[in-house]
Design a protein around this ligand. Sequence first.
Ligand code: GDP
Ligand code: IMO
Ligand code: MG
Length: 422
Amino acid sequence: MSVDVILGLQWGDEGKGKIVDYLADQYDLVCRFQGGPNAGHTIKIGGDKYVLHTIPSGIFRENIINLIGNGVVLDPITFIKEMNVLDKSGIEFRSRLLISRKAHIIIPTHRYLDKASEAAKGAAKIGSTLKGIGPSYMDKTGRNGLRIGDIDLPDFKSRYNTLKEKHLGLIKMYPEVDFDLEDQETAFFECIDIIRGLRLVNGEYFVNNALQEGKKVLAEGAQGSMLDIDFGTYPFVTSSNTISAGVCSGLGIAPNKIREVIGIAKAYCTRVGSGPFPTELEDETGEKLRRIGMEFGATTGRPRRCGWIDIPQLKYTIMLNGVTQVIITKLDVLDSFEEIKVCTNYAYDNKITEELPFDLVGVPIDPQYKTYNGWNTTVDMVSTYDNLPQLTKDYISILEQHLQTKISMVSTGPERHKLFSL
Ligand code: GDP
Ligand code: IMO
Ligand code: MG
């Protein structure tokens, strides 16, 4: 069978977790293919709210296998904390949670380095989540990393020490920051012991065998395409390939196995951390979006920057990912806006264009907007497309026309059931 992909089309936090949880029961396997605990995927079921960082968002669906793929960087400490939350909630998941032996490990000094390196950058900082993502992917590509499969090697501890010593050498180059290494190291090895008792697999064989047996696979992305290491707003990006190409290298599946690429976008736009954001609203309207949308980071609690939806940006990421359908989330957040703006073009370098410049960081963009009437009523209780206010339907079809891509579903609230097909 084939693989479908769910990924973010903006700067992350588009509502991927909710959509993966909702659609997961149509699949046999849900697999995270990149990123690490920088991700925060929120799922609301009944009155309960969960935030997943490493565990795939299919975990709440009975009988569905969840795989943490080789493209993920796993922090044993945050991962075990997540497992403990699920245990406390009485969710049976251990037999359904698998980790690829080729996934890389975040060790405490990766977080230490992240913190020190961000402190050294001062005002030019990336605004990292400080979860050790950059340093751990650097060790992966630098061929120094430790992988989950290594924890069973007799010399794991000595490999760990070699890597730690290398990090401690590097840390001397940076300003001093607070970090309780001893404490973190104790917790780290306790968590490694727990991980030894979990289901560690050769993920690439596991997924391909499942496909051969006719199973359906859903690949879950983290972050958003504008944070992609190659195509995002470099250097204000994360350190992995967040686009659909990352599915192949992050799970070990061939491109011809990918069928649907489902791109998730908010009805407006947000970004957390530093870096360019052409449609950002640093005014009362931006403040209103943040307040109604409750736009505060699921991982760090930081306020998210807010702005209008950006068509050139979305067309760029639809192109990069080969998106076959778009799901629009948080439509309800626009309920009380008299006017809704849509950025349809960028003006820069004396031209008006839909094309992003080489480097969004260096080019001041003047976003060109079209203004539409808001629907000024709540869509909260609506559960079919037909029952949406006409102006809401108009907004969806305006987006569809601009994006030239089918909008297959819309989400009108954080809860699992507040999602419907068009
Ligand atoms: P992710 O990282 O893409 O999974 O998204 P986050 O969980 O970081 O952020 C999305 C936030 O929006 C979470 O708090 C969700 O509960 C919430 N959310 C998701 N869909 C909707 C929606 O349609 N309406 C509203 N109001 N909130 C939503
Ligand atoms: P989910 O999966 C939003 C941002 C950080 C920072 C930059 C680099 O929940 O959508 P890193 O910790 O990777 O070194 O941070 O990327 N960032 C996210 N923003 N959602 C995320 O994940 C993010 N993961 C990282 O804020 O600007
Ligand atoms: Mg998030």
